[in-house]
Write a protein that binds this ligand. Structure first.
Ligand SMILES: Cc1cc2nc3c(=O)[nH]c(=O)nc-3n(C[C@H](O)[C@H](O)[C@H](O)COP(=O)(O)OP(=O)(O)OC[C@H]3O[C@@H](n4cnc5c(N)ncnc54)[C@H](O)[C@@H]3O)c2cc1C
Length: 443
């Protein structure tokens, strides 16, 4: 079938099979050819696509055990983050790290070693995984942890499915007293101010900034920064205190058709960015916000990827080392503003130190994420952004990538040599586990 990631670019003809039972996996692995596991398809580009065989695991969605003393949860890799939240948040437990959508699987969160708004404090999701089970090319199932098959464990965190099929994982949830974040919204008039605000927010678990990516000159990098922490029960206003761990009301809006691409032009994006900035500034201040809109603002709009039109879109996300970030992020924003191809979504975030995943994306510094509709001029713009990222010692996020050149990835990921050695041991030669992404990048 025709399959794509969330960006709907590229779209490839893939043989898709659904793994109904874990026992069927050895036979699949013995078959010739390569395969890649697929979670919920929320990576943007070609990471979860393999024309030869793409393996979906919708039936592997069982939660296996939970220890209410320690918060340790064991579950299968196909469990959705949304289901973990629905089950455990009302009981006062919350995942330690979550990405900007809840529509991802545990396998996808491990394979991309996802980060959240608290990376500066808590690292990636992988940092909280105690162990995982992995089916490797020989059909064996290995339990991997920091003590057992440690090299394979490190290669699998952020390994984009290239070491094997993750079957299950154990990780620790954290106690929360309420479902509400005390969100503070602050406006910053320039990139310097935005970065100063991030530094000043280090003490809070969650922080993220939305950047007006068409602002130039003295206003370059102006942003609205949101930061916060889970509220304690006693701090809730009376209207929320009666049911402090409630789930939000259900209901989503849906984008019914592909938006015509002319809707996305410099004028509309400029209007949106300027309006968003002014609105957010007007709402500056502190208020309790349910965790759902705080963490997953886009999940309210089903199929929002259709807003970018028929040709799809790419998300460009890079990270630059801290010392290079002021100059490098400014150069990236200048290049984007000059191209006039601004993005609706431009998110800046401060990362803490890199973790243990050999191919994990985060490093200490700033990460910038931008969405661009696919147009004729887009590849040239993205190549120019790559050059800036490279010049400043950064790298792009493989879970978002659909077009980066192999050399850029080799130069950006220092752990690649170690990753390839660990992968060769588990994935066989030539590697059993491959994706359109790994082929494109020569991994
Ligand atoms: C709106 C939105 C916001 C996002 N925000 C963030 C964010 O804040 N931080 C962040 O880090 N990411 C973010 N992402 C990216 C997303 O979290 C990752 O791409 C994640 O991997 C998607 O999980 P999935 O289950 O959809 O996996 P898929 O997209 O299906 O697959 C992603 C990768 O995981 C591998 N994989 C999946 N399941 C398995 C398995 N069982 N065994 C082995 N490999 C497997 C695939 O092979 C592929 O390489 C966001 C994505 C969207 C759409």
């Amino acid at each position: 079938m025709r399959l794509s990631g969330w960006g709907r670019y590229p779209i490839l003809d893939c043989r898709l099979e659904r793994l109904r039972r874990r026992e069927d996996l050895p036979a699949l692995l013995r078959r010739g050819g390569t395969l890649i596991a697929r979670g919920n398809g929320r990576s943007y580009g070609d990471a979860a696509l393999n024309p030869e065989l793409t393996l979906a695991m919708p039936a592997m969605d069982r939660m296996q055990a939970f220890d209410a003393e320690t918060g340790l949860l064991s579950c299968e890799a196909g469990v959705l983050l949304a289901d973990i939240l629905e089950t455990f948040a009302p009981r006062g437990w919350f995942p330690p790290v979550i990405p900007g959508t809840k529509l991802v699987t545990v396998g996808g969160m491990i394979a991309a070693d996802v980060h959240g708004k608290n990376h500066h404090r808590d690292g990636t999701f992988g940092a909280h995984v105690e162990s995982l089970t992995l089916a490797t090319a020989d059909g064996e199932v290995r339990e991997c942890s920091r003590r057992q098959h440690a090299g394979l464990f490190r290669a699998t965190l952020g390994g984009m499915g290239l070491t094997g099929v993750i079957l299950s994982a154990r990780f620790r949830l954290r106690p929360i007293e309420t479902a509400f974040i005390l969100q503070e919204t602050l406006a910053a008039r320039s990139l310097d101010e935005t970065m100063a605000l991030f530094e000043a927010s280090r003490g809070l678990p969650y922080s993220v900034a939305w950047i007006d990516c068409l602002a130039r000159g003295a206003k370059l990098g102006r942003a609205v920064l949101m930061r916060g922490a889970f509220m304690e029960r006693g701090a809730l206003p009376p209207r929320l205190a009666a049911d402090p761990l409630r789930l939000p009301p259900a209901g989503r809006l849906r984008v019914p058709v592909d938006a015509p691409s002319m809707l996305l032009n410099r004028a509309s994006i400029g209007l949106f960015n300027g309006l968003y900035y002014r609105l957010a500034r007007a709402r500056a201040g502190t208020r309790p916000v349910h965790f759902e809109p705080f963490f997953f603002p886009l999940d309210r709009i089903e199929a929002w990827n259709r807003l970018y039109g028929r040709r799809g879109f790419v998300q460009y996300q890079c990270v630059l080392p801290k010392s290079e970030s002021p100059a490098g992020i400014a150069a990236l924003l200048e290049r984007v503003a000059a191209a006039g191809q601004g993005s609706f979504l431009a998110v800046l975030k401060l990362f803490g130190p890199a973790g243990e995943g050999l191919l994990s994306f985060p490093m200490e510094g700033y990460t910038l994420a931008l969405d661009f509709p696919v147009r004729n001029a887009t590849p040239a713009l993205l190549d120019a952004l790559d050059a800036i990222t490279h010049r400043h010692g950064g790298r792009v996020y493989l879970a978002k990538d659909a077009r980066c050149a192999p050399q850029r990835v080799r130069e950006g990921y220092a752990g690649l040599g170690g990753f390839e050695a660990a992968r060769a041991a588990a994935a066989g030669a030539p590697p059993k586990f491959a994706s359109a992404l790994s082929r494109r990048l020569g991994l």
